[in-house]
Design a protein around this ligand. Structure first.
Ligand SMILES: NC(=O)c1ccc[n+]([C@@H]2O[C@H](COP(=O)([O-])OP(=O)(O)OC[C@H]3O[C@@H](n4cnc5c(N)ncnc54)[C@H](O)[C@@H]3O)[C@@H](O)[C@H]2O)c1
Length: 342
């Protein structure tokens, strides 16, 4: 007997991993996706891993009537909200589309949640919401209490605005919100059946590097080298997607175990605490896969911050989980996967 019923936007990269792990942990999931950045194939792979197909509806979050039919059909306990347009460069070209898709239509979803008394939500936010400040990796980290604003591109702004909306809903409509801020998830499901498979040229670094390594793309574009970092390329934190999803389950169980029935808005930074520059990740990949990866320095993008360091103490202490998979292991597994499957 499954414990909870969740509605999610889950055929994308992180979502398809989440659906498998939540189902394995005895939660029933209902998947809704418009397939704008995912493929129905993911459902076939999910079925292969689980031995059955979770309920799936090809519906756009913008279609409130169809969404309402789904709310009427199931007695949902939770929403896990992954549906998002997420290409930073595209958000600069089409800011209105991003605000429309990511904010306006999330509000339609929250209206339905309120109407059908589904007050629990996990939201995939991003550490990019923090207001830029001088950070020193020896002592000066972003904590969950730091200020968030001054976003440098519309994608980040939509995350920032949605966090504010959810905070309001927690206070005034008694929503219980787990707001998870993460940076760069990498690699694929341990079954090797599902992986990050964008419909277009990848926006994220690792699939791009892998596509160059298998000669699907000619070289890696590195967006300039005049940042004040160890080797002048920007620095990020990369979290293995399997660790990331385990953190989602812990976040979920935190509310269940602690029997929290009051409203709340809880924020967690989900980071590995190991930061690397673009050149470092490139060189580490070359070492792990024994192959040279061609790259070119190209134009500087206005929105890239040099480096951001987050403190993850709160997530460690309260959610009782430490990331287990090293960067080298993630890279090695990614390579085995791309080399064998593409
Ligand atoms: N991947 C990352 O690097 C990263 C980092 C930080 C935060 N996040 C957040 O995590 C969440 C999931 O990211 P992902 O990498 O899995 O992205 P993804 O693009 O693979 O998944 C998002 C899914 O939402 C669907 N979608 C978009 N608009 C929709 C609409 N109007 N109606 C129905 N479905 C719609 C897409 O088809 C896609 O399957 C997003 O909110 C993203 O902003 C991702």
């Amino acid at each position: 007997m499954k414990k909870n019923v969740l509605i999610t936007w889950w055929l994308g990269y992180i979502g398809s991993h989440a659906v498998v792990e939540f189902e394995k942990n005895w939660y029933k999931t209902v998947i809704v996706d418009n397939l704008s950045n995912s493929s129905i194939e993911a459902l076939i792979w999910i079925e292969k891993i689980l031995g059955y197909k979770p309920d799936f509806f090809e519906v756009d979050i913008r279609d409130k009537n169809k969404l309402e039919e789904i709310f009427k059909k199931y007695n949902f306990d939770w929403v896990i909200h992954f549906a998002w347009l997420k290409a930073v460069w595209e958000s600069c070209l089409k800011p209105l589309d991003y605000h429309d898709n990511n904010i306006l239509w999330s509000i339609r979803l929250f209206e339905l949640m309120d109407k059908y008394n589904v007050k629990n939500i996990i939201f995939s936010s991003s550490a990019t919401v923090y207001k830029e400040k001088f950070v020193d990796k020896n002592f000066n980290w972003y904590t969950e209490n730091d200020l968030t604003w001054d976003c440098t591109n519309p994608y980040w702004t939509t995350k920032f605005i949605l966090e504010q909306i959810l905070r309001d809903l927690s206070i005034h409509l008694k929503f219980r919100v787990m707001n998870l801020r993460y940076f760069n998830p990498i690699w694929a499901h341990t079954s090797w059946y599902i992986w990050e498979d964008p419909n277009w040229i990848p926006n994220n670094l690792l699939p791009y590097i892998m596509k160059v390594a298998i000669w699907e793309l000619p070289y890696l574009n590195i967006f300039w080298n005049d940042y004040s970092t160890i080797d002048w390329t920007w620095v990020r934190d990369y979290i293995d997607v399997n660790d990331l999803i385990e953190w989602h389950i812990k976040a979920f169980q935190y509310i269940e175990k602690n029997n929290i029935d009051l409203w709340f808005f809880n924020i967690y930074n989900l980071w590995t605490w190991k930061w690397v520059s673009v050149l470092e990740i490139l060189k580490t990949t070359e070492k792990v896969i024994w192959k040279e990866i061609p790259y070119k320095f190209v134009w500087r993008r206005d929105w890239d911050l040099a480096e951001v360091y987050c403190n993850r103490e709160k997530a460690y202490k309260e959610l009782w989980f430490k990331t287990k998979i090293s960067l080298e292991e993630s890279l090695r597994n990614s390579w085995k996967f791309y080399n064998n499957n593409k």
